[in-house]
Design a protein around this ligand. Structure first.
Ligand SMILES: CC(C)(COP(=O)(O)OP(=O)(O)OC[C@H]1O[C@@H](n2cnc3c(N)ncnc32)[C@H](O)[C@@H]1OP(=O)(O)O)[C@@H](O)C(=O)NCCC(=O)NCCS
Length: 155
């Protein structure tokens, strides 16, 4: 079997932009949390699949907070970045920001760590390419990802 290549976090960074539409909101005109989770899951899945070069499924999402409201017409920007590849699972750091089209300020809306598992054609977990962190932030996230995985295993 050929050796899997090592890849950089920057190679799979995924940015997704959405505009909040009336169908995405509650009766107060505020973005529904489930819609934001859906958009974040898609961005994370694209990031995971670009790294893995395989179909990937969501295995878990850690705790999620909604820090600011978003209203109809607001622009949502979601950034997904891999922090660490383990054997067949990988952690994806997903952040979402909100911006009003008339304002210059961008606020952090939500942040979470998603775990995806890469699958082979027979739907069994597939081995992942290793991740080589480059920047100080990437190296820190890489170390923290192991602690988060170990923390999950103890639950
Ligand atoms: C995720 C899934 C593929 C794992 O399959 P499995 O047979 O339990 O696989 P394993 O026990 O061999 O674990 C495979 C890897 O997944 C990780 N994993 C499994 N369940 C996990 C969970 N809930 N959270 C985080 N990681 C998990 C394991 O730690 C392991 O990681 P590693 O290979 O990097 O060490 C399987 O549980 C599944 O298909 N779940 C449904 C996925 C889905 O439909 N997602 C959409 C939900 S709507």
């Amino acid at each position: 079997m050929p050796k899997l290549k090592t890849k950089l976090p920057s190679a799979s960074v995924t940015v997704k932009t959405e505009v909040v539409c009336p169908n995405d909101t509650n009766p107060m005109g505020m973005l529904q949390g489930g819609q934001l989770v859906h958009w974040m899951d898609i961005a994370a899945a694209v990031c995971a699949q670009v790294h893995a070069e395989k179909i990937c499924v969501t295995a878990s999402i850690d705790s999620m907070n909604f820090r600011a409201p978003a209203k109809v017409g607001d622009i949502i920007t979601i950034k997904a970045k891999i922090t660490r590849a383990f054997v067949s699972s990988m952690e994806i750091w997903v952040r979402a920001w909100v911006k009003n089209i008339k304002g210059k300020e961008t606020a952090l809306l939500s942040e979470a760590y998603f775990t995806f598992v890469a699958l082979d054609d027979d739907i069994t977990p597939a081995k992942l390419p290793a991740l080589q962190p480059e920047t100080e932030e990437e190296k820190d996230q890489y170390e923290q990802a192991l602690k988060r995985k170990q923390g999950k295993a103890q639950r």
